[in-house]
Each structure stands twice: as structure tokens, then as C-alpha cells.
Design a protein around this ligand. Sequence first.
Ligand code: ISE
Length: 338
Amino acid sequence: MGWPLRVGVIGAGGMGARHAENLSRHVPGAELAAVMDPDQDRARAIAEAAGAAVVDDAEELIASPTIDALIIASPDATHGPLARACLDACKPVLLEKPLAVTLTEAAAIVEQEAALGRRLIQIGLMRRYDPQHVALAARLTGGAVGRPLMFRGWHRNPPEATPPTASEILIQAAVHDLYSVRWLMRQEIMSIHAIGTTIDPSRTDERDLQLLSLTLDGGAVGSIEVNKNSGFGYEVGVEVTGDRGIISTAPHHAPIIRHEGLLAQAMEADWLERFDRAYVLEVQTWAAAAASGSATGPSAWDGYRTLAASIAAAESLEQRTPVDVGVLAVPSVYVDQP
Ligand code: ISE
């Protein structure tokens, strides 16, 4: 493979556009070679600035001999089939979460990659590259608060034009927090109890405010609050209680102002703003591994485990009882993964 790395981007929405821009501006050895989106105008808007081609068939783009690696940010339901096409073509891919939309499909991807004996898939669980999360992980591993016993995560989003359903909230948003639990606590999630309520009174069916209680396999516990209708801005944070202290991420990027009896700090508007640095580091790390024909960071296995946890949470929400996260045994290709 090597440099220059010729990259095809599939999906030209907000996330595809951000990855394409970061690739062009922040990865000197990479070349944005082609963009695919059913909406050709949207694809053209990204492609033109980089002199990339606009194509209309995702599978053809993946198989093309002029493309070395892929970035996939298309609708969730297409992730599974496109990930499998990348594995068929033996091409590295940065695949937005979720890995797939069903556990059967996710397991098939994991098995296909494990059979290749090397990783090609990196999942877009980008908290892994957020400087705040990374600093917290380093202090935690260094023993700053002793033995980690309890995780607390909060994830608050302003309302979206098309509000997601209760289970989409789990698969698209809570999946990040479920990943943070596994990564930071270094334990697997064994069972989940999800409860929820509704902020938007016109949508009584969609619990846009959810609370997950987690049991981990090393004896720790956790909770995650997901608010998909915050009405005030975007906010993601993590706190870990150990047997010798508590460590948490700092709130926001902006300075804190004390004025006329108020203590104030501007909030980020959305995830693109809050995680701007993480997205750059993510694509740089991905491209470096892809140029050597492999993958690093959040893996298909992480995608599988976090999907299993999200689906268990959705079942728990429906059944009003804790649900076990049933999973496969970890294939050897993912043991001690970087
Ligand atoms: C979105 O897809 C993301 O990935 C964001 O990180 C998350 O905060 C948001 O809730 C999701 O919809």
C-alpha cells in the first residue's frame, strides 16, 4: 500500500464532509481520490475542492484498483454490507459507527475479519482520540484514583431536525459512551438496565432522556445519561470513581467567566465542534495504519461489543428489566489489539 494513500469517501453528509476535509488538510500523504453519494451535488461539493472524482456506485468504488482505502460515513443500514465489501477487497476502512444494525451482521463481519488474520476495520468511535478522554485514560492507567470501581457518563445533544427513535438513540449515540466504559474501565459490560422518559411532549413514544445502569465483569458498575433533547447545547463527560479518588473530564473548551453573580462557560454547539481535534487525530492515525495495510484504534470487535450492549439496552427499555449482553468469545485477532 504505502503513500500516497488514495482514499475513497462513501457518504457526503456532515460526517463524510468532515472526514474528507480533515484528510485533505491534515494528512499530507493522503489523497482524496473519489467521493460517492446518491446525492451527486452533495458529493460534488466535497470532491471539487480536492480535485476528486464523483462516482455513483459504492461497491465499484471499493473494488477499484485506483483506491487504496475507504472512509464510510453513509446511512447506518449500509455499514454492514460496505464493511464486508472492504474486507472482500482487502482494503483498510474507517467505518462510522455502528458497525452494523443487527448483531448477526456484526458477528459475520467480525468472523470475516478474524479469518483474514489481520485488522482492516477501524470504527469511528472517536472518543478514543479526544485529548480530554486520552488524558483521563492515561491518569487512570497510571493509578491516579486507584482501582476503578464506578463509571459515570453524560451525553447531552441539542434536538435534531429528525428526532431519532429510542433505539436509534442507543445505537447511534449511547454507543460512544458504552465504548468509553469498556475502554476506560478495561472491563466488559455484562448486563444493562435502561429506563427512560420523554422531554418532547409531542413524542410520548420516544424516550429522548435515558438512563442506563451497567454491571461490568470485573465487579465495577456504571451509569450513562443520554439526553437527545438538551435544548441548551452539546455536552459529553466522563467520571470514574476509584478506591482512592475520582477523576473526571473538564467540562468545555471555552474560558470560564465570573460576571454579575454568574459563573459562565460557553458550550459547544454539537459533536463536530466538541470533538474537532479528536476527528483530526482519528483520521491521521487511521491513515498511517491504512498506508501500512492495517488498522488500529477501535476495532470491529469494539463495534460488535458496543452494538450488543446498545441492543441489550433497547431490549431492557422495552422489557423494563435488566438484560444480559450476550456475546461471542473474542477472536484472537482482537486480543491485545492496539
Ligand atoms: C452522532 O452520530 C455522534 O456520533 C455524536 O458523537 C453523538 O453525540 C450524537 O448523539 C450522534 O447522533
